[in-house]
Ligand binder design. Sequence first.
Ligand SMILES: [Zn+2]
Length: 497
Amino acid sequence: MAKRRILAGGIAQESHSFNPVLTGRDSFTITTGTDAVARARATNSTLGGIIDTAEEAGAEVIVPVMFRAQSGGPVEEAVFAEVREAMLGAAKRGDFDAIALPLHGGMLTPSLHDPEGLLIRDLRAIVGAAVPITAAFDLHAHVTPMTLAECDLLAGYLTNPHADQGATGRRAGAAALAMLDGRLEPVLAWAHLPMLTLGNDRTDQEPLQGLQARARAAAESGAVWDASIFNAQQFLDVAGLGQVVMAYGNARSEAAEALVAGLATDLWAARASLIGVYPSLESCLARAIAGTPRPLILGDQGDRVAAGAPGDSTYILHALLKAGAELPAIVPVTDAAAVSACRAAGVGATVTVTLGGRYSTVAPPLTLTGEVISAGEGASLTYEGPAEKGQHASVGPYAVLRVGAIRIVLTAYPYSYIDPNYFRAMGVEPAEQKIVVTRSGYHFTLNYAAIGECITIDTPGMSSYRVSELPFTVARPFYPLDEPEITPEVRLLRRPA
Ligand SMILES: [Zn+2]
């Protein structure tokens, strides 16, 4: 028998409807062909999981393109068009047996609210019903009826903070292979809930821990083939925003229906408890000033690049400066003009620059005089992990400005700093600080656990969980902005053979 081939690739980015800065091609790490396969193999990424599963089964993976970027504003139309053309072109060549797509599921373009669903629909139109199409999505995907209708099996991360990217890719890859072997005939049971999780939504804490455990137990026992609970990215102003609970049976649906009915009912009932309560910036600063045994690693909730915010908030920096600028701290700020000014002056120079507060308007820009202690472009790093351990990334133009004991890490592009090696790549050591600010709400807590105490704090801004302060229109009604009256309803979907 000829070696089986799996077509993989695509685009992975999480968008934020209210971030006016579009995500352009420069923000993506782009890999193609055998190089994309070699770089992703054995990494904790969805593409890595698809490749590892396929290769262990003696199959080969073809990757026309893989575009990956951190969260941000909607993706420029031309970028998505480029990926779509590359994937559809590869699909038309037809030299493969199945498709497994490592996507995010929460991406937007200025005109498209469900680009991933459209990509899957277009691939389906080319290959027909007989070729298996599976996908691996982030837990924060906006899962639409179109995606569910066109995809044979969709697997979502089961962890938040996300630690199972590779395992999710493996589920998608294994399902495609099982369908090719005739061992799997997926039948989907799913339910949609018009509600958001707002902070108390870690999967290692209740209520999601127990719900995820039930989903996992059902899959492990063989009662269902696969199950996922999607907690949508909260900042998507799109129709149908909410939670999706889903399970696939193998040729039969009863256990999947029962599982989804139970999980959806209990998730809806738990909606009030999914809204988190966070410590204030003031209380954390007071603790740091009094002295803590380990650095306080702060997630700036209101300006989480990890949730698609712009990363140029000066809210915490204002507070550190007001406290005297003597607390050793790292604060990252996105500001391309400030980076240029610092790089023009050079390392060792004293400069006065205006920085931040351009898109995040909860605190004004700051004009500061300091010393440029590091600067450059293209610094590369490898994630220390455990989240996305081994993932390669690089930082575009950057400069580090020291003001008192504060290191202001200026970058031309936004980063979420979920791994301490971002700062190390730019010459600053997080473990030596009293305060380190990240632009993440969850994921940093895994990768900084070894060096500090991780705390997400209640700061205002575009990615704050105070969603009543955001201009939602299309996505409404949803809880907690509205009180929709619903009874969770399970729907069944069996794809035509
Ligand atoms: Zn996510």
